[in-house]
Design a protein around this ligand. Sequence first.
Ligand SMILES: NC(=O)c1ccc[n+]([C@@H]2O[C@H](COP(=O)([O-])OP(=O)(O)OC[C@H]3O[C@@H](n4cnc5c(N)ncnc54)[C@H](OP(=O)(O)O)[C@@H]3O)[C@@H](O)[C@H]2O)c1
Length: 330
Amino acid sequence: MQVFYESDADPALIRAKRVAVIGYGAQGHAHALNLRDAGVDVRVALHAAARRAGQARDDGFTPISVVEAAQSSDVLVMCAPDEVMPDLYAAEIAPHLRAGQTLMFVHGFALHYGFIKPPAYVDVVMVAPKGPGKALREAFVKSGGLPCIVAVAQDNGGGEALAYSYAAAIGCGRAGMIASTFKLETEGDLYGEQAVLCGGLTHLIRAAWEVQVEAGAPPELAYFDCLHEVKLLSDLIHERGIAGMHLAISNTAEYGEYVTGPRIIDARVKEVMRAVMADVQSGKFARAWMEEYRNGAPNLARTRAAAASHPIEAAGEKVRALLKSATVNN
Ligand SMILES: NC(=O)c1ccc[n+]([C@@H]2O[C@H](COP(=O)([O-])OP(=O)(O)OC[C@H]3O[C@@H](n4cnc5c(N)ncnc54)[C@H](OP(=O)(O)O)[C@@H]3O)[C@@H](O)[C@H]2O)c1
């Protein structure tokens, strides 16, 4: 793994450019604020009905249209949702692109799977912070930063150096700028969120909670056992790794892990993980998601509603209220 730091980047490169951040959501707001604080000429571009327009104004930006940004900026930072980007690009960005401009992605989905095909005369790079926008902003404000992935898809001369200059400006040079590719970033991000972070974890928690409640436990107590304590363990793993976490748990818990872990995550689960990876790598998942989005995302809406009405949520509300009042009273 090749890692670069602040001292490897030239801060003047991005300061010499006119940058437009398209979208002011989780990532966009952090990029725009960090860039401005780093002395970069940055504007925010939004659609007419943007929910976050007020927030952008409160933060001192005057939102412009995406067309205006494409016409008048050197660097276009793509911080609209992945599924929105292809149509947005085709309608409002592509017709205005000219040589010398840079398309900057913060995640590779739309480019890697070919939903956006930029002309050869623009540079195409990615700076993908390894964490949510909130963390990117909070770290920057404390004079720190998040690590990021830097990738270059098209470079007409200067694109790569500009990407590192940008990454350093948003604070990532303080933590480490990892050289990678659009393919590795996109596939790794999707696979990790599906197998572990979002898909695997939530379904593991819900299934374990359901079984514990079926076995007679009060829903709130099962919530403590199967969900609430996930944070304590994941914090330990985050800080020390899995082997380091073992030093902080009881021998009973550790023995249980070794006996039961392989029964839960067995060969069949690993086979499914391989199939998930294959769908990510072949683009099958990406095509299905774009089709779902273009059909109005009915399955997303239905599944989201079902997840929100799962009884674990009611149990969670009670537990969190209890913990909140405990914090207030102590
Ligand atoms: N969430 C994260 O922390 C995270 C982490 C790593 C990478 N990423 C990547 O960051 C990118 C942006 O994701 P996000 O999570 O930040 O999205 P988000 O929170 O949903 O914010 C998207 C922003 O784009 C705006 N937008 C929507 N349609 C638009 C259009 N047609 N024209 C202009 N602006 C439009 C939205 O407007 P409204 O104000 O109306 O909503 C919102 O301000 C994606 O590539 C994602 O994969 C996100």
